[in-house]
Write a protein that binds this ligand. Structure first.
Ligand SMILES: Cc1cc2nc3c(=O)[nH]c(=O)nc-3n(C[C@H](O)[C@H](O)[C@H](O)COP(=O)(O)OP(=O)(O)OC[C@H]3O[C@@H](n4cnc5c(N)ncnc54)[C@H](O)[C@@H]3O)c2cc1C
Length: 387
């Protein structure tokens, strides 16, 4: 990773997660000079179910990333287990793939590096924007650019520095992930309900099995540690108990807290926000990653107009926010409804007993939390223009 300190960048991005990396690549393809600042060392594991909806597959190809090259597992079916162990299954219309964040983020990073994106390992701590943005980092680097993007994930120092409103709100959720080896149907992603949350199991590359759960922090705190919580609470679901019995954990658990699912603004005078920094969907929908990647695509279109001088900063942010709401808001609302339905024992039991008789309702619910395949007409035209 290196930085040309004499360069006036067109764009600086905080965060080399999926949103930051795909935006960096896209903007670079449009011909802009991009610097990406990432706080952590790469590659690294992240708390995530690691099931990626195919809605963004074409877009990933456009960016030069083919998940097959990295050994992804094709997923075709979704199965939900109620707390009693009773299950419902659904063939995923679009399907998806399983690939660890360790592999995927690293691969996108390498592709972006090859494409000419500059990277530094540092933490963005402050930004001031008048006509241009001046970015400061923890280690004392100051860099100027025309456009600053925060793709710094669910909650970051930069959100605090920019006094973002959502930082005032309390958060109730934490996430835990580990990889396992053992028996699992690679074509299936399964979700197991338990008191206070749910746990997903699916395959990733190299025959690894991802086990990842979201739980209310107050429920988790009733127990001494992860082993006790998992044995007493998640394994109370008999289907999960059976599944986990076939698996052996092969990495330390990764944990995150302070997960916030409420509204966030998409842009301000200081910054424009992508991925989780712009808004999160409940993980039961299984497409937060697709949304993070898709948000980059939506934004890069307007960012290109801004950088060409065809739109003001305010117009760019307003157009992006409008498009973001149009594309994502309905599925976020549906995922919130399903989440609250599933977290109420009586309603959830009723749903698990009734839905098998009405499979079309289940299809509508699941497909309603996903989007259509991302189309690429504008990007192909722009790309052809610049190459
Ligand atoms: C429990 C759980 C399970 C999930 N399962 C799935 C799933 O199966 N499928 C799915 O599609 N989605 C899932 N998601 C959602 C998905 O993980 C996120 O939506 C996705 O990671 C968002 O990517 P991002 O690039 O916005 O953020 P991130 O991947 O979090 O990247 C943000 C990056 O910014 C860096 N950073 C932070 N602050 C700074 C700073 N100040 N300066 C520089 N760098 C900084 C961080 O180090 C990080 O690398 C799940 C989420 C949870 C919580």
């Amino acid at each position: 990773m290196g930085i040309d300190r004499t360069k006036m960048y067109d764009v600086v991005i905080a965060g080399a997660g999926l949103a930051g990396l795909t935006a960096a690549l896209h903007l670079r393809k449009q011909g802009w000079e991009v610097l990406c600042v990432e706080r952590d060392a790469l590659p690294r594991h992240k708390v995530c179910g690691e099931y990626v909806s195919n809605e963004i597959r074409e877009y990933l190809y456009f960016l030069g990333f083919n998940p097959k090259k990295y050994g992804c597992v094709e997923v075709e079916q979704f199965r939900m287990y109620g707390q009693s162990g009773k299950s419902l299954s659904h063939n995923l219309k679009m399907g998806g793939f399983g690939l660890s964040r360790y592999t995927m983020d690293q691969a996108l990073f390498e592709i972006a590096l090859d494409a000419g994106v500059d990277f530094i390992r540092d933490e963005v701590t402050a930004v001031t924007t008048t006509d241009q943005s001046v970015i400061q980092t923890l280690s004392g680097v100051t860099v100027s650019c025309k456009l600053f993007i925060s793709a710094a994930g669910k909650r970051s120092k930069i959100d605090k520095a920019l006094s973002r409103e959502f930082m005032q709100n309390r958060t109730h959720w934490m996430g835990v992930k580990a990889h396992y080896t053992g028996q699992w149907n690679p074509k299936e992603v399964a979700l197991y309900q338990f008191d206070g949350g749910y746990c997903g199991i699916s395959n990733v590359e190299d025959d690894r099995v991802n086990v990842c759960y979201l739980v209310r922090t107050d429920e988790f705190k009733k127990y001494g540690d992860f082993d006790e919580f998992e044995n007493k609470v998640i394994c109370a679901n008999p289907a999960f108990n059976m599944a986990i019995d076939q698996l052996e954990r092969v990495m330390e658990r990764k944990v995150i807290s302070q997960i916030y699912f409420g509204k966030k603004e998409k842009g301000s005078q200081q910054a424009s926000y992508l991925g989780d920094a712009a808004g999160m969907i409940y993980p039961l929908a299984g497409n937060g990653m697709a949304m993070a990647i898709h948000s980059s695509k939506l934004f890069c279109h307007f960012a290109d107009e801004f950088l060409r001088g065809e739109k003001t900063r305010m117009e760019m942010n307003a157009s992006y926010a409008k498009k973001w709401d149009m594309v994502f808001q309905a599925r976020i609302t549906r995922s919130r409804l399903i989440q609250s339905l599933m977290s109420q024992k009586v309603l959830s039991k009723l749903a698990m007993n009734t839905l098998p008789y009405f499979p079309w309702i289940l299809s509508r619910i699941i497909e309603g939390t996903h989007g259509d395949t991302v189309r690429l007409e504008n990007e192909k035209a722009t790309y052809e223009k610049t190459t």
